[in-house]
Design a protein around this ligand. Structure first.
Ligand SMILES: Nc1nc2c(ncn2[C@@H]2O[C@H](COP(=O)(O)OP(=O)(O)O)[C@@H](O)[C@H]2O)c(=O)[nH]1
Ligand SMILES: [Mg+2]
Length: 450
């Protein structure tokens, strides 16, 4: 794989978001940083010392006054010489300072190019580089906390520990190849089995934490369904904390899907309110019901709503029966018995579901916690990794190979080969084996200046 930057391009970009701000930063990285600093700032600031400077264009006209910071390779974000100019955060002033660096010989940085260089110069592994973008994009405190965990290398260290254990185990297995089958004593076999068991246990642990973490990234697709008038729209409004869907006493009020993104304890949920499920002659409502079923077919979680005083009636049972074929296999289900205020009962929860009132809000917290549990989220504050789909797939592949290896213990050659494949899958996560396509894909999604 390419290392460093063979072209020797020095890149520049505005690192702060566009618009007005107290401070704006232009960041420059590459071999020509010292020359560029002299050209634009009139001097190279002393190493890592905040220095007051004036940025000037090629004609020597002052553009902005600010603080410059200079980091020398390899001790910088990118691993190259880096200059940061902190000026006044206005669109025009930032762009004129950037233009001065470009005129002096820098090239405009591509999205994610600083982080890409950091990766290529071994300042970060690939999972950490991805965590940089995830941290910037984090939409909740929990997501940010998980991203910083990955950025600090906790996730990568877990992966590397497994890789190291697999390397040892492969060496052991390959040594066995030289012995005829009958001479491999059970001691060695037991040792190999035990080591494999340990790696599989850590993999299962990391996979669990990664699956939980991926909930924080992707969110959960929740569909509210049930007969007309049971209180589905009221429930969406209650969960959203706002009057999003129209609520009336008339059955068939909701016809189109109403979507609302909410968060429960930092876990993002995409909640969809649907038309009440019934046969209807009304053309618009009929299409709405059809859309409801289509939405149900791709739900991660379904909240089936019934009325507390009526319980599960014949129409409800017909809907539940159709759920069996309509819902995706792994979809979580929660039943709620709404309108408890009408029968004067307190909110409660048992195996059959949550008894609550969307109207008064009684029991909503029980429902919120039930939703988190159904999503596989245990308690907030637990260690999870903000894993990406790419990481989950690699972890699952490694798990499959280790599972096969366990079956092949009598055949060292096959055993060793499965270990090798598992190791390779894991190494892809930290970027030991990566294609340029994958790198392009990952860094393209970054912002410019990061
Ligand atoms: N008393 C009471 N009425 C409710 C409750 N939830 C909804 N409703 C009423 O039931 C009717 C239908 O509600 P809506 O949310 O539109 O039901 P949807 O058709 O399932 O979407 C409206 O008159 C609501 O005010 C509840 O918890 N208690
Ligand atoms: Mg409705």
């Amino acid at each position: 794989m390419e290392r460093g930057d063979p072209a020797g391009d020095t890149i520049a970009a505005v690192a702060t978001p566009p618009g007005r701000g107290g401070i704006g930063i232009v960041r420059v990285s590459g071999a020509k940083v010292a020359d560029l600093a002299r050209a634009v700032l009139g001097k190279l600031p002393p190493l890592r010392q905040a220095t007051l400077v004036i940025a000037r264009d090629a004609q020597g006209r002052a553009l902005d006054q600010g603080i410059a910071l200079y980091y020398a390779a390899p001790s910088s974000y990118t691993g190259e010489d880096v200059l940061e100019f902190q000026g006044h955060g206005g669109h025009a002033v930032m762009n004129s300072v950037l233009a001065a660096f470009l005129d002096a010989g820098a090239r405009l940085a591509e999205p994610g190019e600083y982080t890409r260089r950091a990766f290529l110069n071994d300042r970060l592994d690939l999972a950490q580089a991805e965590a940089v973008a995830d941290l910037i994009d984090a939409s909740s405190k929990e997501a940010a906390r998980s991203a910083i965990r990955s950025l600090s290398g906790e996730f990568s260290r877990g992966i590397e520990a497994m890789v190291a254990a697999l390397v040892e185990l492969r060496a052991l297995a390959e040594a066995m190849l030289d012995f005829p089958e009958e001479e491999v004593d059970t001691l060695h076999r037991d040792d190999a089995l035990e080591r494999l068991g340990r790696v599989r246990a850590s993999l299962a642990d990391i996979l669990l934490k990664s699956r939980r973490g991926s909930l924080l990234r992707e969110g959960i697709h929740v569909v509210i369904a049930g007969r007309p008038n049971v209180g589905k729209s009221s429930l969406l409004n209650r969960l959203a904390g706002a009057e999003r869907a129209i609520v009336t006493a008339l059955p068939g009020t909701t016809r189109d899907l109403v979507r609302e993104d909410i968060a429960i304890d930092g876990v993002p949920l995409h909640v969809v309110d649907t038309a009440g499920l019934r046969e209807t002659a009304d053309e618009v409502e009929r299409i709405g019901v059809e859309r409801a079923w289509q939405e149900l077919a791709r739900a991660d979680m379904v909240i089936a709503v019934f009325e507390a005083d009526r319980g599960i009636g014949p129409e409800d049972r017909a809907i539940l029966a159709r759920f069996e074929s309509a819902l995706p296999a792994g979809a979580a289900r929660i039943q709620i018995f709404n309108k408890i205020d009408l029968c004067g009962k307190p909110a409660s929860e048992d195996e059959s579901g949550v008894r609550m009132s969307a109207k008064t809000g009684a029991g909503i917290e029980l429902l919120r916690q039930a939703m988190l549990r159904a999503a596989g989220w245990t308690q907030s504050g637990e260690t999870v990794f903000l894993a990406r789909e790419r990481h989950l797939r690699a972890l699952e592949r490694a798990e499959t190979h280790l599972g096969t290896a366990a079956q092949e213990l009598a055949r060292w050659e096959l055993f060793a080969e499965e270990l090798r494949l598992a190791q390779q899958a894991l190494a892809e996560i930290t970027g030991e084996f990566t294609s340029d396509d994958l790198l392009g894909e990952i860094f393209r999604r970054f912002c410019i200046g990061k």
